[in-house]
Write a protein that binds this ligand. Structure first.
Ligand code: LLP
Length: 419
C-alpha cells in the first residue's frame, strides 16, 4: 500500500495527508479515497495491456462516486454499467457513450431504451429473451444495437460462493453450448448487430488459472463462430482481478494480461476488460472511532458498522484495521473483536485480531475499503450515510456530506388514515 504510511508526528497518512486531520473536520465514520492511488493503479493495469488491442471499462459498481468516475474518465477509461443509475452517473462524470458497455442479467425496457438513445458502445446480452427484447425495442426506435453475447463458460473462479458468476449453476450468461446457435440467430434479427462475446467469471479472483480456462473456451467459440461465417470483432473479458486484503500482493495485471495474450493473441479481436475492485479497493479507507471497550477488553465497539461497510458481515471478508495514531494505543497487543454498534452479531469487522489495546476515542482506519464499500452502504438502524473525502496530492476535499438525520425520512409520509 504505497500511498499509506505511518509516522510518529502525523500518524497514518494517505498520499501524505494525515487521516486524523480529515477525521477532525468530518468526524467519524468517514470514507477517504486517494485519487493518486486510483490513477496509479489504472496506469499499471493499462501498462500491462500494452501490445494488446484492449480497452479498460471500469466497473462502476465497485465505486460509483462522480469524482471517482471523473478520475477514470480523465485518465482515458471507459465504463461498464449495470443500471440506468450507473449509466447516468457515467455520462454526468464525462464518460463518452462510445466508451460505455451495459452488462447485467435483467435490463429493463426503460434501461435498454436509454442505452440506445445514448448510443452506447455495446449491450452485453445474457439470455435469448433479452436478445428478442433488445431487437424489438431497437427496431421500434429505428436503431441498431451492438450486442455481445455473455457466455457462461462453466469455470470455477475459486472465489467466495456469493461472488462466483461463471459456473453453469449461476444465473449469469448464456450456456456455452447454446451460444453459437444464438449468435447466428442474432445475426438475422432486426435491430441488433452481434459484434462478439462477453464473459465475467467472478470477483476477488487471485489465481490466473480460471481466467486461462474461461478465455480458452471463449477463443475456441470465436473460432467456431467465424468458421460458420459469423463476424466477431469484440471480446469483453470481464473483470474480477483480486487484491491482497491480507499482506499478500493480490493478483497481478501482468499475469492477467498474459492470460489474454495466450488466449486471444493474433486473433484480431478488440478486447475489453472490466476491472472494478483492483482499481479502487486499495484506494479507500473507512475511518472510525472507538466508542467504548467492553467484556474484559475483548470487544472494541466502533462508531462504524455493517451498514457502512457490509463486506465482513456479508462475505466474511478480512480487512486490515490500523490505529490512526501510535499515541492512541494504550497497553500491549491482544486479540480483540472489532465490532460495530448495530444490533446483530454479524456486525463484526474482525475477530481475534491482534491490535494494540484501544481506548474510547481512539481512531482506526479500516483498509482496502475503496471497492464495494460506500456503494453497498445502507441506513440500517437509521444510521445516516457517512461523508466522503478525496485526497489528491497535497489537496483534499469533501466529496459527499454526511447524510442528515432529516434526510433519512425525507421521502416518507404518514398517510391520513393513520391520523
Ligand atoms: N463485470 C461484471 C459483469 C461484473 O458483474 C463485475 C462485478 C465486474 C465486472 C467487476 O468485478 P471486480 O473487478 O470488481 O471484481 N460486492 C462484492 C463483489 C461483487 C462483484 C460483482 N460483479 C464484494 O464486495 O466482494
Amino acid at each position: 500500500r504505497p500511498h499509506l504510511s505511518m509516522n510518529a508526528l502525523d500518524g497514518l497518512t494517505l498520499e501524505g495527508v494525515p487521516l486524523n486531520r480529515i477525521a477532525d473536520v468530518l468526524g467519524t465514520p468517514a470514507w477517504v479515497y486517494s485519487a493518486g492511488t486510483m490513477r496509479a493503479r489504472l496506469a499499471e493495469f493499462t501498462a500491462a495491456l500494452a501490445g494488446l488491442d484492449a480497452q479498460v471499462h471500469y466497473a462502476v459498481k465497485a465505486n460509483d462516486h462522480l469524482a471517482v468516475l471523473r478520475i477514470f474518465a480523465g485518465a482515458g477509461a471507459g465504463a461498464d454499467v449495470v443500471s440506468e443509475g450507473e449509466l447516468r452517473r457515467a455520462r454526468v462524470a464525462g464518460i463518452a457513450p462510445a466508451h460505455i458497455v451495459f452488462s447485467g442479467v435483467g435490463k429493463t425496457e426503460r434501461e435498454i431504451r436509454l442505452a440506445l438513445a445514448e448510443g452506447i458502445a455495446q449491450l452485453n446480452v445474457e439470455s435469448p429473451a433479452e436478445l428478442e427484447m433488445i431487437s424489438a425495442i431497437a427496431s421500434g426506435m429505428d436503431r441498431v444495437a451492438r450486442v455481445a453475447l455473455r457466455i457462461n463458460p462453466d469455470v470455477d473462479a475459486g472465489t467466495h460462493a456469493k461472488i462466483t458468476t461463471g459456473k453453469a449453476e449461476n444465473k449469469f450468461g448464456i450456456p456455452y453450448a447454446d451460444a453459437a446457435a444464438l449468435y447466428a440467430h442474432a445475426a438475422g434479427l432486426p435491430g441488433v448487430e452481434p459484434v462478439g462475446l462477453a464473459l465475467h467469471i467472478g470477483s476477488q479472483i487471485l489465481s490466473i488459472a480460471p481466467y486461462r480456462a474461461a478465455y480458452g473456451r471463449a477463443a475456441e467459440l470465436v473460432r467456431a463462430l467465424r468458421a460458420q461465417g459469423n463476424t466477431v470483432t469484440h471480446m469483453d473479458c470481464g473483470g474480477g482481478l483480486g487484491i491482497g486484503y491480507r499482506d499478500d500482493p493480490g493478483a497481478s495485471p501482468a499475469a492477467f494480461a498474459g492470460a489474454l495474450r495466450a488466449a486471444f493473441g493474433g486473433m484480431d479481436l478488440k478486447l475489453m476488460t472490466e476491472p472494478g475492485r483492483w482499481l479502487v479497493g486499495p484506494a479507500g479507507v473507512l475511518l472510525a472511532s472507538v466508542i467504548l471497550v467492553k467484556g474484559s477488553e475483548r470487544f472494541v465497539v466502533l462508531d462504524a458498522a455493517m451498514n457502512d461497510l457490509v463486506r465482513p458481515a456479508m462475505y466474511d471478508a478480512w480487512h486490515g484495521i490500523v490505529p490512526l495514531a501510535a499515541g492512541n494505543a494504550v497497553g500491549p497487543a491482544g486479540p480483540v473483536d472489532i465490532v460495530g454498534p448495530v444490533c446483530e452479531t454479524g456486525d463484526t469487522f474482525a475477530r481475534n485480531r491482534m491490535l494494540p489495546a484501544l481506548s474510547a476515542g481512539a481512531r482506526v482506519a479500516i483498509l482496502d475499503a475503496g471497492a464495494y464499500g460506500a456503494v453497498m452502504s445502507s441506513t440500517y438502524n437509521a444510521r445516516p450515510q457517512a461523508p466522503i473525502a478525496l485526497i489528491d496530492g497535497d489537496r483534499w476535499a469533501v466529496i459527499r456530506d454526511r447524510q442528515l438525520q432529516t434526510e433519512l425520512w425525507a421521502g416518507e409520509r404518514i398517510p391520513e388514515f393513520l391520523e
